[in-house]
Design a protein around this ligand. Structure first.
Ligand code: AMP
Length: 544
């Protein structure tokens, strides 16, 4: 017997429809690429999202066609989030920090039809557009009179001109909630970036779970600042959760420095802000250096990399701001766990409570997790035994786009590439990473790519890339090198060899020349052993 309740597919258009009707007056405030502050409301976003949908119809984009963005957090990007997915197309947010060759590769792999970009990414678009034959329209996110001229890009229009002639009425279509809604490529895997394809259902369920009190605890009384970019897994889903809860949204645009972020938090009475540790490092340096306070900020959600204890303490002791430590992945939409304390932790001494707060936290309601040993046997939740972390749930990946890399699941569970403990209360803590990658300022660097470039140098016999602690970027790559017999190369020559072969920020910070590098029985470099050998190594940096 089936239940007798209404069947309404879980579509992203429902979220914007709800925000418009029930929280229409809540503001969307954006610092634009132009530098000024733009203000609108959920009503305006919904209206213009419908214009976007009509513009895509006029451009004859089919159901599931991809529309890409190279854009910072802002109201136009938000309109695309809803206009593109709501009308049945797939929003593809691209990380502009990748190397142009990688961006071109991703655009071609996704077969993007339209690409919308912030005007400060014009040089990037100029560098890649000739390599992207699927893109039939390039949309500059700008007013009609600010359209860059003489760019050499054919079929370039301004966003405002593109949507200007379009009706602001549109009947959001109803279709299967399992249809694809958006996609994001992750370079947090080996080999080429892989596409993660979210559905309307996965996005809606993730937004609901993320908004719950023991997760982000969002309500219509919050002013929310996603500093985490919308090209990093949809700013952790905040554009969706904020619509669902009716929050005010504050977008920082490209200005991520401490002064700009603090100014925005104060001016817009931000109560909840989300970002990676590097951004909060810059914010704290600014507030501490200038004797500033936060008048309204109550909570900061920190994830993407492990949150340092000093950061949790500084926010709490100096500013009365609670840190909400979170873990997730592109493959998990992204939220997997959040560190919201249980009742029994509230009476703990400061140090004991900090030990809990440093953990990545409890599973979001609806997600399951486990740790296993090398044979796949489940390990106990004792807070000490560590093993490979696996997750499953309705917003966890089933397969990569175009089945790249084959079936990623193990008995229905997704192996995260993280190594963790789980305690008796269900609090997970990351202790290591089994994937051979480095995360610098929230962005991935493939150690394999860095090694491949080094071994292409005629003087290099063996190269192994590992991470070194950095006060600002958390991790930075360094490369250990064994020279070929009789060959010579200096640190400076080897670092110069990287120029043009990878994005500038991915170039290692240092070279360590060694007599030998530990190699295992199967010929693999033993990174654990190498890390032990270089345990005393310290990166010398002048950066704060
Ligand atoms: P991404 O797919 O780029 O979002 O990266 C996901 C990966 O970032 C995870 O598998 C972890 O390795 C790492 N990560 C995310 N959040 C945290 C955290 N709070 N602590 C430690 N590592 C994290």
């Amino acid at each position: 017997m089936l239940g007798l309740m209404q069947v309404r597919p879980l579509l992203i258009s429902n979220l914007i429809h709800f925000a418009e009707r029930h929280h229409g007056e809540a503001e969307i405030v954006s610092r634009r690429v132009e530098g000024d502050i733009h203000r609108c409301t959920w009503v305006d976003v919904a209206r213009r999202a419908r214009c976007v949908a009509n513009a895509l119809d006029a451009d004859k984009l089919a159901f599931s066609d991809r529309v890409a963005t190279l854009a910072w957090n802002g109201y136009r990007h938000l309109e695309l989030f809803y206009g593109v997915s709501g009308s049945g197309r797939v929003l593809h947010t691209i990380n502009p920090r990748l190397h142009p060759d990688q961006i071109a590769w991703i655009i071609n792999h996704a077969e993007d039809q339209v690409l919308a970009f912030d005007t400060n990414f014009l040089p990037l678009v100029q560098a890649v557009h000739t390599q992207c034959p699927t893109v039939k329209k390039w949309v500059a996110l700008a007013d009609a009179d600010k359209l860059p001229q003489d760019t050499g890009i054919p079929n370039l229009v301004s966003y405002e001109a593109w949507i200007a002639g379009q009706a602001d009425t549109y009947d959001w279509p109803e279709f299967d909630e399992n249809s694809a809604s958006s996609m994001c490529y992750t370079s947090g895997t080996t080999g080429n970036p892989k596409g993660v394809l979210y559905s309307h259902r996965s996005t809606t369920l993730h937004a609901l779970a993320a908004t719950l009190p023991d997760a982000m605890n969002l309500s219509a009384r919050e002013s929310v600042l996603p500093v985490v970019p919308m090209f990093h897994v949809s700013a952790w889903g905040l554009p969706y959760s904020a619509a669902l809860a009716g929050c005010k949204l504050v977008f920082p645009g490209p200005a991520q420095d401490g002064k700009s972020i603090h100014g925005l938090i104060e001016a817009e009475k931000v109560t909840f802000a989300a970002g990676v540790p590097t951004v909060w490092q810059m914010l704290l340096a600014h507030t501490q250096g200038n004797g500033l306070k936060f008048s309204t900020l109550k909570r900061t959600m920190i994830g993407g990399s492990a949150c340092p204890p000093a950061m949790i303490n500084a926010f709490r002791d100096q500013y009365g701001v609670d840190v909400l430590h979170a873990w997730g992945m592109t493959e998990t939409s992204p939220l997997g766990t959040l560190c919201m304390l249980k009742e029994k932790h509230l009476s703990l001494e400061t140090e004991a409570q900090l030990a809990i707060r440093l953990k990545q936290g409890r599973a979001l309601s609806g997600l399951d997790m486990k740790i296993v040993d090398t044979d796949g046997k489940e390990l106990p939740w004792d807070g000490e035994t560590y093993g490979d972390l696996l997750v499953k749930g309705p917003w966890v990946i089933k397969a990569y786009f175009k089945s790249e890399g084959g079936d990623p699941l193990v008995d229905g569970w997704f192996p995260t590439g993280d190594v963790a403990t789980i305690d008796a209360d269900g609090f997970m803590q990351i202790t290591d990473r089994s994937k051979d990658l480095i995360k610098s300022g929230g962005e991935w660097i493939s150690s394999i790519d860095i090694e491949n470039i080094a071994v292409a140098h005629p003087a290099v016999a063996i190269a192994a890339c590992i991470s070194a602690h950095h006060p600002k970027w958390e991790e930075r790559p360094i490369i250990a090198v064994v020279k070929k017999p009789g060959a010579e190369v200096t640190r400076e020559e080897l670092l110069a060899f990287y120029e043009g072969k990878t994005a500038k920020w991915q170039i290692p910070d240092d070279v360590v020349f060694m007599e030998s590098i530990p190699i295992g029985a199967t010929g693999k470099i033993l990174k654990m052993r190498l890390r032990e050998q270089l345990a005393d190594y310290r990166l010398t940096t002048t950066e704060a």
